[in-house]
Design a protein around this ligand. Structure first.
Ligand code: SF4
Length: 229
């Protein structure tokens, strides 16, 4: 069964920098480490550190054919939930590299600097990652991690620091803000302190689409964090 999907009807788009991008969604259903209250994908169906969607050989063959057909400059892999939980992620990255194309990966940041996840993600030429909730109580209420996995805001920071110390590719970092969870001056200062421990190529500040933070506050925060336009 082929379960990879290509973004909307446009399987290739041109980046701002002129590169042709092939966008491929590698997850047929939502699998994520979190079950966030703001998630636009609804409840997490498969919540945990790893998930296996089953045989993927036909999907890999389809991806190879798609790359040969559209000849992108880069392949972006994303998916419902967090693709770092996908047990086949490394094979998918290797498949794209086997066709001579660089890989950009989209993820939340939690698993980036952790064990096997970090080893796999370090194979990608570009990573786009997002985080934002840095207070422990808010972290539990917002991300609703499985208690048995003992995830915490502090471990998220250490994971990010570890990743930045090891990753050699291009890292585009996004910090998201949600009303009442991380938009206070105090929390913004805490986020600023974390950013000072990280290395990245660009920084975007955004509001989540639920629990929206207004544009004026986002602009203030962006200035405070020295974010890119
Ligand atoms: S990390 Fe992202 S995909 Fe996963 S539950 Fe939260 S908002 Fe949804």
């Amino acid at each position: 069964m082929i379960y990879f999907k290509y973004k909307q009807d446009h399987n290739v788009q041109v980046n701002g920098d002129g590169r042709k991008v092939l966008y491929v969604d590698i997850q047929p259903e939502k699998a994520c480490i979190f079950n966030c209250i703001v998630c636009t994908r609804g409840q997490t169906k498969y919540q945990g550190e790893w998930h296996d969607f089953g045989p993927h050989e036909e999907s890999l063959a389809d991806l190879r054919a798609k790359i040969a057909e559209v000849k992108p400059d880069i392949v972006e892999i994303y998916g419902q939930g967090d693709i770092l939980t996908n047990v086949h992620l490394e094979e998918i990255i290797d498949c794209i590299h086997g066709e001579g194309k660089p890989v950009r990966l989209i993820t939340n940041c939690y698993l980036l600097g952790i064990g096997e996840h970090m080893r796999v993600v370090c194979k990608c030429e570009e990573v786009v990652g997002a985080f934002g909730i840095v207070d422990e109580e808010a972290f539990k209420k917002y991300h609703r991690p499985l208690p048995e996995l003992n995830f915490s805001a502090e471990k998220q920071t250490e994971s990010l620091v570890n990743f930045c110390n090891n990753y050699k590719g291009k890292f585009k970092l996004r910090v998201f803000f949600s009303k009442g969870f991380n938009d206070s001056d105090e929390t913004v200062a805490k986020i600023k302190g974390i950013l000072e421990r990280l290395t990245f190529d660009s920084l975007w500040v955004i509001s989540t689409s639920k629990l929206t933070v207004d544009d004026g506050r986002i602009a203030e925060v962006a200035r405070e964090l020295h974010a890119d336009e």
